[in-house]
Design a protein around this ligand. Structure first.
Ligand SMILES: [Fe+2]
Length: 324
C-alpha cells in the first residue's frame, strides 16, 4: 500500500496539498478587506504609472495590432490567422513542431478510458528538453503579441507559457468535465483583464469542440481552419471548449496576465522551472525575457507554489476554473 501511495497516489495527494490547500488558505486571507484593498490599490497605482509608457508604445503599433486590440475591447475577442501576427516561416515552423507532437499526444490519449479523460496536455518537458520544440514556448513571446497583451492588460505582461491539448469525442455522451464546463479563468479575478491566445492545430467545426465564449447570453463558438488564431479575454468572459460530438481537436494556448496578477496563488499552472525558462529564453530580447521570467519576482507568501513539478500531469487542478 505504501508503494502504491508513492507510485500512484502520492502525486495526486501532493497535488491536492500544494495546489489546493494553500490556495484556499491564501484566498481566505486575500478576502480580508485590508489586504483586498491594498492589492487593488497597488494595482491601480501601477496602472496609472504605466499610462505614459502605454501611450508611447501605442504610437509604434501596426494597423493590424490596433484593430486586434479594439476588437478584443469591443467584442471580447479577435479572430484571425496565425499569419496576421507571425511571418510565414515562423508560422510554418511553429505549426510543424506542433504537428510533430500529435503522435505523442495521440498515444497518451489512447491510454485513457473514455469517461476518465478525453483530453491530454503535452507535458512541459516535451517542449523544454528538445531545443527544436522551444519554438512552441518561444512563439508565445512574439513581440507583436506581447505588445497587444501589454496594451490590453495595461500593465507589464507576464507570460504563462504554452499548453497544447488534444481532445476527443466521448462516444457515450458529451463530456462536459474540466475546461469543457463554462468558466472564467481566475488569475486576475473578474475585475481585471487576462488574455488568452488560442491557435487551432486542426480544422475545428461546430462538432469537434470549438473554443467558445458566452457574452451577454450570446454563445459564440469559433470555427476555423488549422492556423486560426483567436485572442480573447478569458477572465472577463465565460468560456469553454465545447464538448466534442465527433472527431478530435488539437489546440495551442498561450496565456498572458499582468506581471503581478491579482490572485497570484491561483497561478499554479506553471509548467516550466525557472531554470528551463531561462534556458529557453536566453537568446531572446530583454522585453521577452522579462515577460517570461516574471514568476521569479512574485512574493513567496502570495504564491507558495512556484511551479507544478510532475511530468505528465494534465494541468487541470480544479481551482483554476472556480467560478469567481
Ligand atoms: Fe479557461
Amino acid at each position: 500500500m505504501l508503494a502504491n501511495l508513492f507510485l500512484k497516489d502520492y502525486p495526486a495527494a501532493l497535488r491536492r496539498i500544494v495546489a489546493q490547500e494553500p490556495s484556499k488558505l491564501i484566498e481566505s486571507e486575500i478576502k480580508l478587506p485590508q489586504i483586498t484593498k491594498y492589492l487593488d490599490k497597488r494595482r491601480e497605482n501601477a496602472a496609472l504609472i504605466e499610462q505614459e509608457i502605454l501611450v508611447n508604445q501605442r504610437k509604434k503599433l501596426t494597423e493590424t495590432q490596433i484593430h486586434i486590440i479594439s476588437s478584443i475591447r469591443k467584442y471580447g475577442y479577435w479572430q484571425g490567422k496565425i499569419n496576421n501576427i507571425f511571418d510565414h516561416q515562423e508560422a510554418n515552423n511553429l505549426i510543424s513542431r506542433c504537428d510533430s507532437a500529435y503522435e505523442f499526444l495521440e498515444q497518451n490519449l489512447s491510454q485513457y478510458d473514455y469517461h476518465q479523460s478525453n483530453t491530454v496536455t503535452l507535458p512541459p518537458h516535451y517542449i523544454s528538453r528538445d531545443y527544436q520544440n522551444w519554438i512552441i514556448y518561444q512563439a508565445g513571446l512574439n513581440e507583436k503579441l506581447l505588445q497587444i497583451a501589454h496594451q490590453y492588460i495595461g500593465l507589464p505582461v507576464g507570460y504563462h507559457g504554452a499548453e497544447i491539448r488534444l481532445s476527443r469525442a466521448n462516444p457515450d455522451g458529451l463530456d462536459i468535465t474540466g475546461p469543457k464546463t463554462p468558466h472564467q479563468d481566475c488569475e486576475e479575478g473578474k475585475k481585471y483583464p487576462l488574455l488568452k491566445a488560442v491557435l487551432y492545430l486542426n480544422n475545428v467545426t461546430q462538432r469537434n469542440g470549438p473554443f467558445t465564449i458566452i457574452k451577454n447570453s450570446q454563445i459564440k463558438p469559433f470555427v476555423g481552419f488549422k492556423g486560426t488564431l483567436i485572442l480573447s479575454d478569458t477572465s472577463q468572459n465565460l468560456h469553454h471548449g465545447m464538448p466534442l460530438r465527433d472527431g478530435k481537436r488539437m489546440v495551442l494556448f498561450w496565456t498572458y496576465s499582468s506581471r503581478r496578477p491579482r490572485y497570484p496563488h491561483r497561478c499554479v499552472i506553471w509548467p516550466h522551472s525557472n531554470i528551463a525558462v531561462r534556458k529557453m529564453t536566453k537568446n531572446m530580447s530583454l522585453v521577452q525575457q522579462q515577460a517570461a521570467r516574471w514568476r521569479e519576482y512574485l512574493p513567496f507568501l502570495l504564491c507558495p507554489v512556484r511551479y507544478y513539478p510532475f511530468p505528465g500531469h494534465n494541468f487541470f487542478l480544479g481551482d483554476r476554473n472556480i467560478m469567481i
